[in-house]
Design a protein around this ligand. Sequence first.
Ligand SMILES: [Ca+2]
Length: 193
Amino acid sequence: MDRLIESLEGRRMMSTTLPTLDVILAVASDGKTQLTVNNAARVKLQQFAPGTVQVTSGGAQTEVFTGDDVNNHGTFLGVDRIVITGTNGDDSVDLNDTDIPASISTGNGLDTIILFSSAPTSVSTSGLAVVNINGGNQNDTIIVAADEDNPGSIMALINAGNGSDIIGVSGPISYTIIGSHGSDTVVIDSSSL
Ligand SMILES: [Ca+2]
């Protein structure tokens, strides 16, 4: 029991150094319902198909949480677009199931961006989801993976920015990679393209 308490205290101390996550759902000037996530130092977004998680009406559902249940930021309905902005520190951004167009910018720092499409029957009224990723300066790790059963669902525009970046692409994805300055490592799993 003593060891469990020590472990929890350690996690709490680490979280105090992170900036406050800022999550806003609002209708943008173009009429799209935009989910904005600012100060995304350590954030994970998971989209579920309608009806799978406490949904009472149709439309896209996105759950946003920081990876710690204590900081669960809830479920958001009717999201047309996701805009994620990190910090100038080291960010970790996970976006799962990406049939909603998204933009991810993580600024400076050693950032890790993981994009994974996991829903074989994801609902999309707009066709291809276009995901813009901008890793910013310094050494970033960017992974984009699509589910084998969900071909053509992601079109990724990856700008790794300066620094020695690691970029991985896997699955049936349309992608464009801009490495910018620095010695980048690009790994393409083309077996399923
Ligand atoms: Ca950053």
